[in-house]
Ligand binder design. Sequence first.
Ligand SMILES: Cc1cc2nc3c(=O)[nH]c(=O)nc-3n(C[C@H](O)[C@H](O)[C@H](O)COP(=O)(O)OP(=O)(O)OC[C@H]3O[C@@H](n4cnc5c(N)ncnc54)[C@H](O)[C@@H]3O)c2cc1C
Length: 428
Amino acid sequence: MKITGFEAPLWADDVRRAEATAPIGARESCDLLIIGAGFLGLNAARIAARRGLSVRVIDARRLGEGASGLNGGQVIPGLKYDPEKILAHFGEEQGTRLNSFAESTADVLFRTIHEERLDVPHARSGWIQACHTQTALGAATERHRQWAARGADVELLDSVAIGRAIGTSNYLGGFHDRRAGLVQPYAFVMELARIALEAGALISENVRCVRLRKTEGRWRATTDKGAEIDAGKVLLATNAYTDDLIPGLARTLVPLHSFQVATSVMPPELQQSILPGGQAVSDSRRIIIYYRKSPDGRLVLGGRGRMGPPRTAEDWKHLENGLTRIFPALEGLPIEKRWFGRVAVTKDGLPHVHMPEEGLATVVGCQGRGVAMMTAIAEPMVDFLASGDVKRLPFPVTAISPIQFHAFRQVGVAATIAWYRMLDAAER
Ligand SMILES: Cc1cc2nc3c(=O)[nH]c(=O)nc-3n(C[C@H](O)[C@H](O)[C@H](O)COP(=O)(O)OP(=O)(O)OC[C@H]3O[C@@H](n4cnc5c(N)ncnc54)[C@H](O)[C@@H]3O)c2cc1C
């Protein structure tokens, strides 16, 4: 494959950036301060500003440079765990609330795009979990049984049907979720920012919050530019990019890197034979590979990357090999973009809501599946901050519980990834 090599996500091409440069005076005040301008922060800003609150959003980076602008754009409802496991884990009341929320997340995202008339390429074309072993197919069959019993629009694919849907003979079968689909993630960030601004929220890029403290019942945030922002409530929407603002929070997460590649535009005959229905796909391997077509006909594929930042184009090579293993016809097609971002994994594989102190809330740990979920959880988080009512939340509020030996996470994760890669290769 010809290597060219880029850093910016494919999605940033040709998307108009939102004007998010509100200056911050030495001392400012607002009802709600939101730290982090991804799907969660921006959607919460839109909702809260519409309710008449004065809202300020700050982000340490430029808009679109967090996970929300960098991801694969797969809009997948549900959690990593199936509904019956959620009920068993959380009990009837909380489990039912969480399952109802989890199955609604893709609806919320697509509804937001439609109702707000956002200029965001999207397609409700479904998501396939493609199985490469009998064990994975057994799990997909069980997943299908549980969701079908709840009336979800899902389907179990045999080897012939999945071969036709994806355009490869690599898989034994799979789970097809028609509630899911695709979004252009960077455009979605910019459009959420645009309507949050229109609703009256102030957004400032390249401003890091370096200190948060409570004085006389209000929050005071200090920025790296020396400004101070007083706020009635604070939503920390920093997810995988969480730093040390809240003691111990970053140590509840293992931040991993997800790398992506995009080919050049495929010739028309390959655009027709590969994913003719335009679904998103996740592969069932332990080290997940996920892929989709872009609106302009490229194959975009992602998967786990090295723990540290990439050094050369070689760091994406395992994905390029995966691409041609699944689609041999793509051999020789140039890779035109390579980029990466951070995902946050928790000990129990579930997102966690925390409220370390009254009026300060956060939700972190979307396990690489947060496009639909972080968009949809914005409203419950705004409700919860306003009312303090935990029943507004799909997840319970948990104590911040750092992972033991967190300092050694890189070694542990790198060793586990190497071991899983070996098992995946052996099953090929
Ligand atoms: C490469 C990649 C591919 C992915 N693919 C998919 C997919 O296909 N489908 C899916 O469902 N999920 C996917 N995910 C996960 C998904 O992108 C995330 O779960 C989701 O975007 C998280 O949104 P967020 O708003 O919570 O956080 P983010 O979008 O990450 O925003 C957090 C922001 O907080 C800011 N911040 C951090 N600390 C501070 C501070 N102290 N002061 C100010 N700002 C701060 C950061 O700069 C960042 O912009 C992927 C993630 C990556 C990285």
